[in-house]
Design a protein. Structure first.
Length: 195
């Protein structure tokens, strides 16, 4: 039954992805991107990766959608058509070749949940058995993220902070530019009335 749910969720993600690629209304694309992330979060829940599902829902559906809507408030709602047939054909070929290489790379992977996969014989058993006494936290996921992979988690926080700072700087600059343009229009209107 779990496989059926995953297949249905993947088909839904594929349909939403195709809709995103075809639609020219950027507001609809923003909303569909949030839906895509929520479906992905549901898939992670089915795969028993609830912590990843929370992250996907918060970042993918929450923050990303808010940032896209903020960007749309500063720009236009419709996508400008450009490029031409040759550029879209070249882009399609690049994506198709990249996808084929990625699919080819999955042929050598162990099956999902395989007990003899390398991931089950590395550090995972040690984390499960010793994290309580080494770190002192009852939750294994928290002990892994806070202690064993603390630098990695700190790096992820730094990346998110840097991205948020960059987006806020861009949004602030665009807002100032718009206010300057409105002020210039107000001054030119005052000069016309005075003359």
């Amino acid at each position: 039954m779990e496989n059926v749910i995953i297949i249905v969720l993947m088909l839904m993600m594929g349909a939403v992805g195709l809709a995103i690629a075809r639609i020219r209304d950027l507001f609809a694309v923003s909303m569909l991107s949030g839906i895509f992330s929520l479906i992905g979060a549901a898939a992670y829940v089915v795969l028993d990766a609830v912590d990843v599902a929370f992250t996907e829902a918060a970042v993918g559906a929450g923050i990303s959608t808010v940032l896209m809507l903020g960007t749309l408030a500063l720009t236009t709602r419709k996508e400008k058509m450009g490029g031409g047939k040759s550029k879209s054909t070249a882009a399609f070929l690049v994506v198709a070749v990249t996808g084929a290489v990625l699919v080819y790379g999955t042929f050598d992977m162990p099956r999902y949940g395989d007990k003899i996969a390398a991931i089950h014989h590395h550090v995972v058993p040690r984390y499960i058995e010793k994290s309580g006494e080494e770190v002192g936290m009852p939750n294994i996921v928290t002990s892994v993220l806070a202690s064993y992979r603390g630098y990695d988690t700190l790096g992820e926080v730094f990346v998110i902070f840097t991205a948020a700072t960059g987006v806020l700087a861009i949004l602030g600059r665009a807002r100032r530019r718009r206010e300057d343009e409105e002020a210039d229009e107000g001054r030119s209107g005052t000069k016309e009335i005075a003359s």
